[in-house]
Design a protein around this ligand. Sequence first.
Ligand code: MN
Length: 722
Amino acid sequence: MMRQFELVERVKAYDPTADEDAINRAYVYAMKMHGSQKRASGDQYFSHPIEVAGLLTRYRLDSAAIITALLHDTVEDTSATLEEIGSLFGPEIVRLVDGVTKLTRLELQSDHTKQAENLRKLVLAMSEDIRVLLVKLADRTHNMRTLHFMGNPDKRRRIALETMEIYAPLAERIGMHEIKAELEDLAFAELHPEARDSLMTRLGYLREQGGDLITRIQAELRKNLAESDIKAEVSGREKTPFSIWQKMQKKNVGFEQLSDIMAFRIVVDSIEDCYRALGVIHSRYPMVPDRFKDYISTPKPNGYRSIHTGVFGPERHRIEVQIRTEDMHEEAELGVAAHWSYKDKGKSAGPRTNGANPVDGRGYRWLRELLDIMEHASNPEEFLEHTKLEMFQDQVFCFSPKGDLINLPRGATPVDFAYAVHSQIGDTCVGSKINGRMMPLRTQLKNGDQVEIVTSKAQTPNPTWERFVVTGKARARIRRFIRLQQRAQYLDLGRAILTRAFRQEGYELTDKALDGVLKIFKAATPDDLMAIVGEGIHTGNEIVAAVYPELKTKPANPDGMPTIGKRKTNKEKVSGVPIKGLISGMAVHFAGCCHPLPGDRIVGIVATGKGVTIHTIDCENLEQYIDTPERWLDLSWDDTEGEVHVGRVMLLVVNEPGILVAITTVIAKNMGNITNLKITNRSQEFFDLIIDIEVRDVKHLTNIIAALRATPSINSVERAKN
Ligand code: MN
């Protein structure tokens, strides 16, 4: 465990003006508060905050961040209070400790919603002060290092997953490559222990085969550069098991082909030397296609600058080479911290901060974008989905006609570009010119493309865009638009269904009637409830049954749809069943599986005590009665004038706004009455729809089906049997 004076010395080494007294007081305070608490490893609990603080000295963080690291678990795990910390260490520290504590509280939650909520809070906290994220990342790093001591495997897995999905990408976003690599590798060891073990074995074998390969290659690179009079530091390393594994997955290469496992770094004095060194490397060794990336002329969004290339290097080994200056190297190692941690005055604040207060997270474009997505996502899960999407992707760099650089994830389209420039431009874009030529909006952009967006005030987001956009921002905006539009449709449809369902039982639909059952159906307002019905989450009959529990509910139906012909099963109606061949007085049910309609060929199945169930002759369920022919009744329809029956149709429909209205209009025009509607298997592109329609007979239903088939965006329509 690091001693008090060691920690202070480390901080003083890079920041002679550090508040030594405050660090000492924080050290003692934390030690006193944690007392005899133990970690799962058996270590003194207090060793944890010390390690976290120690990790941060590597990034030359200011006293406030170091003190926050020391205190970060006191409020959550000891009797310490924020008030007390405030009186001892002042408002800045309280704010930081409070930020970290809030995140810790959320962390202990397991379910997905809470995880998403955690990310939301994290984004908010770090947008206030990016140091909260730095302390949190150091905290997570130490917890991951000691993860194997934790007894509960589910919890270990959960923490590892969260690390992989959220913290590692965040570390990368702020340019802390070392922490990112370590977090990934530790999480990898927990999530895929076998894969990691076999990779380690293979690496060990290659190492044995190659001898001191890294040293030899390093020496040869150094010699080549020296011959061209380039002063350079050359270092080499094996890539981490996780980064190798990731590459194997991405490129789908097998274990035996695994050769690209070494990376070399060349650090030179000037940008000019970077390109000269690159020239030397490329003239001596064959280039691996597609591996060259110039992040000096176009830095990554996190500010990262370097030249990357891949070559068949010394001894024909495939190697990766990174070339950069000392300054770039420092930035790459320290990430965000390089721009504002204590350092010699006179260096620039870096391109990302625009001279604003560097701890203010809103100075970072990507963080502003996350906040923006957050504002427009309908729920935390959606936010999580968008941000995960965003954080994991490779980048392409495109330009506006004015020459502004826009970074986008690989696979991005002009629509993504438009939204990245401004939400309004995204919402109203109608076309795009790529490098001067009109191109479809779904075209995938390439590095260096110049993109011009054509807009029209009359345009609104097109839901089909959602199928090809890749940025969280575009997706969130489009979904929001669809949601608003869909809701209006669902509301209309739900109101119609409910009005009918209420009338059927002799009541009028009023907001007041719905008020009493809002809670049951998790709706906030009567409108909400109607929209829920319109969306097919609950049926009209379910709502009526809840509002009037005194109405005896009919036998439960597994899919929540009403059984057809319900009203005709009422005792007093039995005599009116328009079917020939029945013994009078017998109870009659229409089968829920095949929904017989006048015009269908039908049979009756007699069940003792339950009367007769009527099926269509081709109903698959009849098979089970084959061995009991005595139960079959040969029936036919009588005059059915004026009677209505419920038929069921199944549709496969393109998921686009307006489609529900189109469907209901077609049905209404053909004199059909929708009694219920249920959406199943909703995907981005399609959904399945089950609709119950009151019709006169089978011919009537066939007409409606034909009309639906003629409607655009309806993929298929079938009469539902079973
Ligand atoms: Mn902690």
